[in-house]
Design a protein around this ligand. Structure first.
Ligand SMILES: *Cc1c(COP(=O)(O)O)cnc(C)c1O
Length: 359
């Protein structure tokens, strides 16, 4: 069967070479006579996979030596709980609410400590990163939480907030590895895998070592970062296969030239779409220009009633999963690292044709 161009926000499209390699190695990986799914997680053959995954991620992101990489389960959403549980000291944290995942994170944290929402862009339906000019950060906060890319609304931080010595914590689920990030600016960052890393099942946590070991005595063992840090993420069976797929994606990304090279491609892809959107009055890009995401491009048609036809005709042209999130409507094209330029070009060609026929 021919593959389509899949603009899904997540789980999202994977690089074809990764799928082909996984297929080739499915029944017998590395001459071991068994699939990765069948290997003991403590076997030498599997240890090589998880160790390579970590080493490659460290290389790709330039992760400093005083940071640990943890492979956890539970999705990015489990981190909404883990972060406050593990970082609580003074019992208060600052949250910037730039979208519904940020809001969910703040609501979950409020179960465990006092949450101060220092800024929010809710009033404009999250079409921008909140203005931080008047944000009152608490110097005694245990951390400041941000969402570096807002998957549903198509916005991203182009500049990190200045938070002094307070650890900056980031949900980077939808833009990790899409552009260089200075890890040393963060106390902790986390990302579910199913957007830019691989497949659902593993969540990557990058945490500065001094922030580990602060959780209360009665913290459930699987929610405590120390459990993972002390056992190389092997306290129990890790998500073996999702970690293997992540390793294949890291191999692919290295072959593509690493994060700066993929950033250049991501900018070309996003600019192709935004330039088109800015030069037509038929479509309307919904995110504020200065905060536009490279990963999720959101726009509307002249009438919401046209959305369904657009999505249907696009799918007939092999361009699928373009429907915007139910909370914003319109159209969303998610163009993560694995979406080739060709897919974005085909989408723009389709949009021009659709406009000609319906404009
Ligand atoms: C997808 C997403 C989540 C939710 O991830 P799960 O792995 O489904 O828990 C959280 N935050 C952001 C920014 C996301 O894009």
């Amino acid at each position: 069967m021919d593959r389509v161009f899949n603009f899904s926000p997540g789980p999202a499209t994977l690089p074809l070479p990764v799928l082909e390699r996984a297929q080739k190695e499915l029944v017998s990986c590395g001459g071991h006579g068994m699939s990765v799914m069948e290997m003991s997680h403590r076997s030498k053959m599997y240890m090589e996979i998880i160790e390579a995954a970590e080493a490659e991620l460290r290389e790709l992101m330039g992760i400093p030596d005083n940071y640990k990489v943890l492979f956890m389960g539970g999705g990015a959403t489990m981190q909404f709980s883990c972060v406050p549980i593990n970082l609580k000291q003074n019992g208060k944290a600052d949250y910037i609410v730039s979208g519904s995942f940020a809001k969910k994170a703040s609501q979950e944290a409020a179960k465990f400590l006092d949450v101060n929402v220092v800024a929010s862009s809710k009033d404009t339906n999250f079409n921008c990163i909140p203005d931080l000019a008047n944000a009152k950060f608490d110097p005694d906060a245990d951390y400041v939480h941000i969402t570096t890319n807002n998957t549903i609304y198509g916005t991203r931080y182009t500049k990190l907030p200045e938070v002094g010595d307070v650890p900056l914590v980031a949900d980077a689920s939808s833009n990790i590895l899409s552009e260089p990030m200075d890890v040393s600016r963060f106390g902790l960052l986390y990302a579910g895998a199913q957007k830019n890393i691989g497949i659902a099942g593993v969540t990557i946590v990058v945490i500065r070592e001094d922030l580990i070991g602060r959780a209360a005595e009665n913290t459930p063992v699987m929610l405590d970062y120390k459990t993972y840090a002390d056992s190389e993420s092997m306290y129990n069976t890790p998500p073996c296969y999702p970690i293997y797929i992540a390793k294949l994606v890291f191999d692919w990304l290295k072959e593509m030239g690493g994060v700066p090279a993929i950033q250049a491609i991501n900018e070309m892809k996003a600019n192709l779409l935004y330039d088109y959107l800015d030069n037509t009055s038929f479509y309307h890009a919904t995110a504020k220009k200065a905060d536009r995401s490279l990963m999720n491009v959101t726009f509307t048609l002249p009438e919401p009633a046209m959305d369904a036809l657009f999505v249907k005709e696009a799918a007939e042209n092999g361009l699928v999963n373009l429907k915007g999130h139910r909370s914003v409507g319109g159209i969303r094209a998610s163009i993560y690292n694995a979406m080739p330029m060709e897919g974005v070009q085909k989408l723009v060609d389709f949009m021009a044709d659709f406009e000609k026929r319906h404009g």
